[in-house]
Design a protein around this ligand. Structure first.
Ligand code: OSB
Ligand code: MG
Length: 366
């Protein structure tokens, strides 16, 4: 299978409600899509980089630039995902850009051979339980309304975004309103330092599943020190960009749970390696999200169906993010989403909708 060329397509999708984290507020998703064309089939990859480099160093315009200038020209002749991974490896970093390209090649390949992402990755179930990530709000009553709405829709786990000044009180209020049985966790997106340890230890009262990324992205050592001072398990997101990082975090005791985001770690092959490593070490993993469209969501749900994904993921239904998704929407059923079974991602963009939200396209022949 030879690759004919690659299309870079930018789309703009408004979010149904602003999504506020400790690093900023998102009101629309500016997404870079990668379409790989071969004579046999086409494949799609969604780049999860955000408009600004606030979650990590990557950002959408930078991803487009490294793709057109370095990654796409480095593609091997054959559309083989392992060969692509090797060919992109000399470029340092830029994992979200690499992941999008690798995913598009893998999708083209799997569509040509008729295999689904789930089957390729080793999915062990046909549906996955879903959680929802709830942003920082202006007031606690507003937060309680949002959380109750999501509970009514069936989400099996609630994640609250926290930051200094929005932590103990919202967590206590949600725990009191929802009762002790609801799975509840928090995500700080690196907003604290180790001097906040006594304050963060007060979260131990609320029986949280985990606290996600309390400290800086690059600080595995301080996360290990913090872990000794909390009973709430530490989960890492931003800190884990590779299986090597995961191995280091496990060795140091920096976390006991890992949020796996394929974009953050450079693709689904690396995501699966982290899953395998964690499974061998008894470290739980779950599938994170980056406010993906239906394309990225389809692949994430396939990944979340692997046997080591023992906690509900941030793989919410399409309507949690967008009024109109670019694929047929993923609809929550009894708190679960179905693992797509068709070839490749198992979903395709709806051309009329895709064209309507497209802001730019660029064709790069090989
Ligand atoms: O830290 O997990 C995060 C969204 C964008 C960037 C970072 C994060 C998130 C989320 C939302 O928490 C996950 C989702 O529902 O896609
Ligand atoms: Mg996170």
């Amino acid at each position: 299978m030879k690759i004919t060329g690659v299309e870079l397509r930018r789309i703009a999708l408004p979010l149904v409600s602003p999504f506020r984290t400790s690093f900023g507020t998102e009101t629309a998703r500016d997404v870079l899509l990668v379409r790989v064309v071969t004579p046999e089939a086409e494949g799609w990859g969604e780049c999860v980089a955000m408009a600004e480099p606030l979650y990590s160093s990557e950002y959408v315009e930078g991803a487009a630039e490294v793709l057109r200038r370095f990654l796409i020209p480095a593609l091997p002749d054959r559309a083989d995902v392992h060969a692509v991974e090797r060919a992109l490896a000399p470029v340092k970093g830029h994992r979200m850009a690499k992941a999008a390209l690798e995913t598009a090649v893998l999708d083209a390949r799997l569509r040509a051979t008729g295999q689904s992402f789930g089957s390729f990755l080793g999915a062990a179930r046909d549906r996955v339980p879903c959680g929802v990530s709830v942003g920082i709000m202006d007031s606690i009553p507003q937060l309680l309304d949002a959380v109750e709405g999501y509970r009514a829709q069936g989400y099996v786990r609630i994640k609250l975004k926290i930051q200094p000044g929005w932590d103990l009180a919202p967590v206590r209020a949600v725990r009191e309103r929802l009762g002790d049985d609801v799975l509840l966790q928090v995500d700080a997106n690196a907003a604290y330092t180790l001097t906040d340890a006594p304050h963060l230890a007060r979260l131990d009262l609320y029986d949280l599943l985990l606290i996600e990324q309390p400290l800086a992205n690059d600080d595995l050592v301080q996360h290990a020190l913090l872990a000794k001072r909390l009973t709430t398990p530490i989960c890492l997101d931003e800190s884990i960009e590779s299986a090597q990082h995961a191995a280091a975090a496990i060795t140091l005791g920096s976390c006991s749970i890992i949020n796996v985001k394929p974009g953050r770690v450079g693709g689904y092959l690396e995501a699966r390696r982290i899953h395998d490593l964690c499974r061998a070490h008894g470290v739980a993993v779950w599938c994170g999200g980056m406010l993906e469209t239906g394309l990225g969501r389809a692949a994430n749900i396939a990944l979340a169906a692997l046997p080591g994904f023992t906690l509900p993921g941030d793989t919410s239904a399409s309507d949690r993010y967008f009024a109109t998704d670019i694929t047929p929407p993923f609809i929550l059923d009894d708190g679960h989403l179905p693992v797509p079974t068709g070839p490749g991602l198992g979903v395709e963009p709806i051309t009329a909708i895709l064209d309507e939200v497209t802001t730019a396209t660029e064709w790069i022949p090989l």
